[in-house]
Design a protein. Structure first.
Length: 74
């Protein structure tokens, strides 16, 4: 089981949502950091969403990046 962090900054999350669903089905732990200006997508149950910097500060985001096994930016 990998710990995956997705950084969403765009306004079309369709591809990101497809990848998230596949990773979740594989048993990975998924977290999503929503960067300023990005709309919040409807995520599958069990996926953690945090808005940067409102809910997750920049320092905490950096920590999550280093804690993750994989980081994907969209």
């Amino acid at each position: 089981m990998a710990r995956v962090l997705h950084l969403l900054k765009g306004d079309d999350p369709a591809l990101a949502l497809a990848v998230i669903a596949q990773q979740q089905a594989a048993g990975d732990e998924i977290g999503v950091a929503l960067l300023p200006g990005a709309p919040a997508p409807a995520l599958p149950a069990g996926v953690t969403l945090q808005r940067v910097p409102d809910e997750l500060g920049w320092d905490a985001l950096l920590e999550r990046i280093f804690e993750a096994d994989q980081v994907i930016t969209w």
